[in-house]
Write a protein that binds this ligand. Structure first.
Ligand code: PBG
Length: 364
């Protein structure tokens, strides 16, 4: 079922083929075009940015070793000015978006990393919710994107589309609420059914918590957030925890309607191996290393770029052993990152990206 949908959507939709002339040396393409019927668009921001012949060869079937350009460095960011260490993890911080983040990106670019994922770590959630921070033009993530793109226009930025960091109780969904107390601009165009009398104890942060999730409202807010991120300059938006199949499709069409054809939608699967491919331009497996079998099967089934995410938890464990001298970065490359690449990942998210890249680019 999934592949039929993909085929259809890639055929009908406008947009460029990954191997459009403007991206790849046409000599390389001679006689090979027929091999690429299903490869999809949204090149700019996904795996083919500034495509080179080697990369095209890789996609045509030849396996190349892991390279710095395959890696995405995820960065935790916060609103304050100073960097805040994360627990006891050596060398890992939540970066202040104005300074620490920019320094970190600068250092990573030096060793050949050009892709970054921004993960907001918000505080004072109550205030944030009142300001509709999830899709406020001057929200944490949009501001960080604009700053980075201004300084380093060539980098690729991945951002989450999710409400969790901006909703006080972090459930990540939009709950039915009294229509009159709508706190979000996205919802103003929707008329929500009234929930009737709700006990006062359930009234929190301007929202009546009834325990019922409003999918329409959630999809609408996620689309609003994706647009806000795209307007700020995000290259790839990543809806996560898509409990509603309309999320990817809704975001894809909202982006297309505003002319953001080059902004990619990355769909995430984790744990159960279920992935929503409709509307997606990139498929992601998280945690990637634990599910290399899923990477392999996505690679075999779909002609979309596949991404793998090495999660923080794994980073934490490896980092601890590194401190004990049991593991070095070469081991991390050989035992964790390369297996994900060889299992089918074109794009690898890893908190080790900078350390790994400095070895891969021979700069260490
Ligand atoms: N989906 C949102 C998101 N984006 C980045 C992370 C951090 C992932 C990690 O490194 O553990 C998470 C949370 C999650 O998926 O669990």
């Amino acid at each position: 079922m999934g592949s039929a949908i993909i085929l259809r959507s890639s055929n009908v939709r406008v947009g460029r083929c990954i191997f459009g002339e403007s991206y790849v040396d046409s000599k390389l393409m001679k006689g090979r075009r027929s091999m690429l019927p299903m490869l999809k668009r949204n090149v700019k921001s996904s795996l083919i940015i500034k495509v080179s012949n080697e990369h095209a060869e890789y996609l045509l079937g030849e396996r190349h070793p892991l390279e710095a350009r395959d890696l995405v460095l995820p960065l935790f960011i916060h609103e304050g000015d100073d960097d805040i260490p994360i627990g006891t993890v050596p060398g890992c911080s939540k970066f202040g978006w104005r300074h620490g983040l920019v320094d970190e990106v600068y250092k990573a670019r030096d060793v050949g990393i050009s892709r970054f994922a921004l993960i907001p770590k918000t505080s004072s959630a109550e205030k944030l919710y009142e300001r509709n921070e999830a899709y406020h033009v001057n929200g944490l993530v949009p501001q960080a994107i604009r700053l980075l793109k201004d300084k380093y226009p060539e980098i690729v930025i991945y951002t989450d589309v999710m409400l969790d960091p901006f909703i006080p109780d972090r459930h990540g969904s939009v709950l039915w609420k009294d229509g009159c107390t709508s706190t979000t601009s996205a919802s103003s165009s929707l008329s929500l059914p009234k929930v009737g009398k709700v006990p006062a104890a359930l009234y929190k942060f301007g929202v009546f918590l009834t325990g019922l999730v409003s999918n329409d409202e959630m999809v609408s807010q996620l689309c609003e957030q994706a647009l806000c991120l795209a307007r700020a300059g995000a290259d790839v938006v990543c809806p996560s925890g898509s409990m509603d199949r309309r999320v990817n499709v809704g975001i894809r069409s909202a982006l297309d309607d505003e002319g953001f054809h080059d902004v990619s939608v990355m769909s995430c699967t984790s744990r159960n191996g279920v992935i929503v491919v409709e509307g997606a331009d990139i498929l992601m497996v998280k945690p990637g290393h634990s599910f290399v079998n899923v990477l392999e099967s996505l690679r075999a089934k779909f002609s979309l770029p596949v991404a793998a995410y090495q999660v923080f938890n794994e980073y934490y464990v490896i980092k601890a052993s590194q401190e004990d001298g049991c593991v070095n970065v070469e081991n991390v490359i050989q035992r964790y990152l390369e297996p994900m690449k060889y299992s089918g990942a074109d794009i690898i998210f890893s908190y080790f990206a900078r350390e790994a890249a400095s070895i891969l680019s021979g700069m260490k």
